[in-house]
Design a protein around this ligand. Sequence first.
Ligand code: FO1
Length: 308
Amino acid sequence: MVALAGGVGGAKLAHGLAQILEPEQLTVVVNTADDFQHLGLAISPDLDTVMYTLAGIANPETGWGIRGDTFEFLGALGRLGGEAWFRLGDRDLATHVERSRRLWAGESLTQITRELSRSLGVGPTILPMTDEWVRTIVETDEGDLEFQDYFVRRHCEPRVTGFHFKGLDDANPTREVMNVLEAADAIIICPSNPFVSVDPILNLAGVRDGVGRGGRPVVAVSPIVGGQAIKGPAAKMLAELDYSVSALAVAEHYRGLITGFVLDNVDAALAPEIESGDLRVLVTDTVMKSDADRARLAREVVDFVTAG
Ligand code: FO1
């Protein structure tokens, strides 16, 4: 099983899948376009969110960072007048320092992720979508902003007029990513923001074809429930880009690539509009509040996938 995941929502379903599948049965391909350089460190928020979540140490309130972490470093940084807007916990900081050290030493993000994940006891394989430089740039009425700048420093306030992925045309998916796509029995697109978390993965050279190849099941779980994004700016972005803020817009976004779509009960009325000859719909409770919810949804999605 290969899961494509971005931020917090995607990590939750990946965690559900990790609870019901054997480690060697699951690979999570993660968006790296949210990555950025901050305080001289290479930060990969989505990789860390998936890694911490699968390791069972993610902060349950926020979904990112480490549960019970302290912020002594950040406090001291703030007192020095440093950039303390991106909340780096003391334990979390170790990940960024170690990743940066290894990157500067010439190791690949794929290799670093494998070793950091192993150190944290993560069973399934976590793969960055690429080892090359790709950045989501959010185009706003105040000019172009890097994703974390828009999302965290500016709290998603600026009006989004569009976005693009710097470096995407020159970047390639890693060999590891293309190999797992080749070998996968099925592919699950996790409930992550389709525009800023999933599209960077799908738009990498050869990935969309790799995902759609071979007539095997490709199932997407809607990140939009009842017109509201569970996490993050998805709904606001959809609205500002004149997309209808609905699961329907997400299904249309993936139409042609997916063979199945998972809707929340709240949006059951949309099923007939989405369902077609080559697109089956599963309607269920997709909101994951607990680890048990995550495993239940994962089980239902895997059963839906294997029902072909
Ligand atoms: N998100 C926030 O809204 N505020 C933060 O201060 C913040 C810090 C942070 C630190 C490490 C990390 O791995 C993630 C962090 N995130 C924070 C989440 C991150 O910005 C988003 O989850 C992803 O980029 C969205 O996919």
